[in-house]
Design a protein around this ligand. Structure first.
Ligand code: FES
Length: 177
């Protein structure tokens, strides 16, 4: 069980999020609470709809009993964390050489058309964030590929992309996209 916050925070962590953080804390020795920051931020970002706010990071730091700066540093360092409002599901498409030769740019164009946004933008409903074109993600044998919420999807076709996005949207509970 994590210790109580050491300082007041304007954001109250939900009981579910506190449980998630406790889970990560329990995986490391007591003197290594800092090791739980990545897992804690991941859970916080997920619960907050795909991005972190300063207040949320401060609350996570307080719950972990760490200086806020240590949590800010982790959030700033790892590309998996978003510190500005973006769509809940992050999509990155590889357009490096192997993927490009196998149709990666066609996949990107299909995503932009389907979602009605360009790279760097989020859908108006806040569901998808077409984050970026990626350099090689070391999955060339499965080219073309993309990441959705940091999970790899390979051997893509436009139809397969549609299936993946439909499944992601369905998991959100409404089935809309
Ligand atoms: S070029 Fe796309 S994964 Fe390597």
């Amino acid at each position: 069980m994590a210790e109580h916050p050491t300082s007041p925070s304007p954001v109250e962590l939900s009981s579910h999020l506190r449980e998630e953080i406790d889970h990560w804390v329990a995986r490391f020795p007591p003197e290594r609470r800092r090791s739980a920051v990545i897992g804690a931020l991941h859970a916080a970002q997920h619960e907050n709809g795909g991005f972190l706010t300063r207040e949320l990071m401060e609350a996570v730091a307080a719950y972990l009993g760490l200086p806020a700066i240590q949590v800010f540093e982790v959030a700033a360092f790892y590309s998996m964390f978003e510190t500005k409002p973006v769509g809940r599901h992050s999509i990155s498409v590889c357009t490096n050489i192997s993927c490009m030769l196998c149709g990666g740019e066609r996949i990107l164009a299909h995503l932009e058309k389907r979602l009605g946004i360009k790279v760097g933008e989020s859908t108006p409903d806040g569901r998808f964030y077409l984050k970026q074109e990626e350099e090689c993600l070391a999955a060339c044998t499965g080219a073309p590929m993309m990441m959705v919420d940091h999970r790899y999807y390979e051997n893509l076709t436009p139809a397969r992309v549609d299936e993946i996005l439909d499944a992601v949207a369905a998991n959100d509970g409404t089935g809309e996209h």
